[in-house]
Design a protein. Sequence first.
Lengths: 197, 381, 604
Amino acid sequence: MEATSHAAAHPPTATGLPTLKVGFWTFLGSETLFFGALISTFLVYKHGSVSGPYAHEVINIPLTSFSTFVLLMSSLCMVLALAAVQKDSRKGALLWLFMTAFLGATFLGCQAYEFTSFYHEGLTLQSNLLGSTFFVLTGFHGAHVTMGVIWLLTLWFQTWSGRIGSGDALKVEVAGLYWHFVDIAWIVIFTVVYLLE
Amino acid sequence: MASRSHRFLRLLVSLSALGSLGACASERYPQTTFQPVTGFGRIIDHLFHGVFWWTMLVLVVVFGLLGYILIRFRERPDSPEPKAVYGNTVLEIMWTVIPALIIVAIAVPTIRGIFQTQEAAPKDALVVEVIGHQWWWEFKYPSLGVTTASQLVLPVGRPLDLRLHSADVIHSFWIPRLGGKRDVNPVRAMPNGEKPPHLNHISLTIDSVGDYPGQCAEFCGTEHGAMRMMAIAVPPDTFDAWVKRMKAGQDTAALSAPADSLALRGKKKFLSSACIACHTIAGTTAMGQVGPNLTALGDRWSIGAGMLDNTPANIQRWVLHAPQIKQGIIMPGANVGGGGMPPTGLSASDAKAVAAYLSSLSAGVAPKKKTGWAIETTTTH
Amino acid sequence: MATVEAHAPATAAGHRRTGIWDWITTIDHKKVGILYGVTALIFLFIGGLEAMVIRTQLMQPDMKVVSPDFYNELFTMHGLTMIFLVGMPIAVAMFNYIVPLQIGARDVAFPRLNALSYWVFLLGGLFLYSGFFIGQAPNNGWFGYSPLTSLQYSPGLNMDFYALGLQILGIASIMGGINFITTIVQLRAPGMKFMRMPLFTWMAFVTSFIMVTALPVLAVALFFLTFDRFWGTNFFQASAGGDPILWQHLFWLFGHPEVYILILPGFGVVSDVIPTFSRKPLFGYAVMVYAGALIAFIGWGVWSHHMFATGIGTIADAFFTTSTMIIAIPTGVKIFNWLATMWGGRLRFTTSMKFAVSMVAMFTIGGVSGIMHAVSPADLQQTDTYFVVAHFHYVLIGGLISAVISGLYYWYPKITGRLMSEKIGNWNFWLFFISFNVTFFPMHFIGLLGMPRRVYTYAPELGLGGWNLLATLGAYVMGVSMLLLAWNLVRSLKKGKPAGNNPWQAATLEWATSSPPPEYNFAQLPEIRGRMPLWDNPDAYDERVWKEPEGGVHMPNPSYWPILTATGIAATLILFMTHLWWAPLLGLGWTMVCVFNFAFEPAG
């Protein structure tokens, strides 16, 4: 969702902030409510499953801690990627954008592994409340991560073909806002789903 | 020419007068909310009157001001140029604080009323289970061993505990003269065999004998508009006699022996056809649990839970053509299947006999008027 | 719909399209506003027709004009139409056209996103209606309570149209909200501080915040319903431990802020119109702003007043009773501020002003019945009866629609360059005002005398045939009054008196430019120094404001990616109906192709 740039000289904005960033923060506001409703539902139904499998039977905290760490590190890479773009370091930008996407994809790989192992243990969308709430909540989150990885790879290609320089740092910054949001959402989900009893 | 504000005020006042006049006549408005016969209903009515008069005060002030403004400050050739006024702190504080005080005056008795109307029923209250189905009401008296449908017979002067749940979708139990409505919700399965959280219930005591109609008040599908019921409040000894006659059928051979041969033929036909798969008549071999209990059907205010007036001809019609009369129900007709059952194939004369039998069933309590309430009534007031 | 072409100056650069291509590829906020407005008005007439059939069925007891099933589709679609296809889009239409003009901007912050919102809305509305063509329109009320909406109790396609159609519409609203918030924050002209913006723009701002936060909650609820129906999840499945009441909580968490989405724009219109025709500034401007924001904020804390009969428990009942009563205070303050604006003024009763004044009066009646609802034990008699129907029609028709019509009469000259007929407008107003009250005032009685809502008929024994007949006759006359409005709108396009820039001698910026405005809105603007620029500083606003400067004004190119992307978004959801798990992914793929093109399209 990119702003159209008016004319050659961008007219100054009333706040001095870039318009794309303001719009994107607003979008993140709506996403907060979206995930908030999903997380609240999970919490409300946490102990309501009438039949198994139950959470303690299936969740694997070591694996999920690892994937959480991976996602956190990817946010660090995103910060480094933005810094590189702002400094016009093409090599740095390529490296860190790639690392962010790679770690994001690794997270998705862990999710895929976890989903299939749950499935084999009998936890499905239809099996019970846990199945429905877990897969829908983490599924939507995973879909957001997937969109983010695609976005990052697009930025990587643009950087590689020379179409992103320090003047376009805003585009990377906005991608970074999205990525960090997705990461923070995961921290909350991880806490609520895996850690809280 | 009367000014706009005067005309409107006159209209408002005369309509309110009309409305309140009419509200007093419960014979004219049998589902009026203004003539409660229970303490529960009276608490509500009292609260309503409180808020009504406060809000009338607000309306009078606002409309009075508006009327004055529209006349006084209307543009005229000699109107002065208006002075620019941006605010007035004193006024603004006043019209924030005064409404806030009115709100408090309304809120305090309201909160009290919330707790009063949801107190637990006393231990000796008569428990009645109200079960909502698409599109009929079932009533069970667990302590008395009685089940009935569509017509709720209740003793006057005795604390009652109506416990509400649904067999399918959300309905709402509303008999206006008995008080406010409560939703009838499906029961959630609970983990580890825990008991479900409290069922909705209404505790009340009826103080006047009478017939009190009501209907479902939460949209529940095709025939929501036809999901109606009638509560009949009777003196305690009449109630006990009714209970005895409803139960008597369970202990002895027949509830009330049908007198004539048509009815006898109908009884035989009924008890040997598919009807008994879904319906129960106390004291017979009909013990189906799917559809409404038909014990004492002859007393009922309607046939088909609100579709037809209770006459033998209508019962015959219902038995033959129920799916065509009440859309979407699972009862099969003579030519149309329903609820996984094939068409009954009953002939018109069979149905006439069955109707005579069912009409003869009585437990002694019926509404004063047995016609005019149903969807397809042919009699009017 | 042709604008007055002579007033639209040519603009420099870019490919300009003509005729229908112009409208399909436009990203001009004014044209997008007109698209929204015309579409919403067409849906208003369709929703009104549905109401006419409903009222005909209810004219007398036991009528058989329509079957129970069709009746249920009618009232469901009437509600969905009026709320999602009229109330919200007509507000967005006005935001679109007027807000950039009022803040001195060239367009909204994201013009292509703006066009995209419109096309998504249109496709969502068409999809929602397509159910009628196969006799399976949504039929479980606009509020669609579980478990009635589950596959078990609604095996047909009706609720699929509902869940997926509303999902599409919600996306359009969220995008619109993001756009308007950003526009108002970012694109105010120099000197246009927040506390100098017209009240209409302020209400647009607050409404946009509500849209951005409430619609996602509905989206989650609709996803739960969709997954329950299509994939067998258990969100509302009581047998698996699910709670059908969860739907009510999620729906009303959206639904109550939704009604403030509907009414706040109306408050905004009236707050601009009344000062203009009183020739006095708005009384208590700052308080009006804060009250609006407060209403939006508190509006998040009252949702379970729609659930007083559900059995949420005494503590919850007490809490929501209190919060609902509290929200009456800032609302009441607004009423008094409008009265005080008129006090001491020089009142000119144009048609716009008549509708604005009647809004104040009718909204007060609706607000007062709302206070009655807030008394939760009393609400046990009122909820789900015609008393509620009276309440919300007073606030939505007496409130919102009166304000919208006031806004139409007010801004029509700015949009088209011609005035609507005051003579027809007078008939329009009085017919509307009287018939509206005749239709809906009796419903207060009908409800408290025992008639529930959403019933396809009622017993003659209830004694309500007379009142219902009166309401139906009123409804027919309302239909006539709306035809008068339509006639006035259409006829005045060609026959209306030319308006000039500022026919009402109003104070706000949109009146400084030509009628209709040039594509670029303003050539230049002096620095804004107050809330009523054209009253404070009339000489500063002359033809330099709108006359095309040397060399023209560069405007961004039109684009067909908005409409194409809209097809992708709609397709992603509609393809659920195939019951093939991979079909929505195809739609998603097409959407991403469009989004890529959208993102990388040169702005021009």
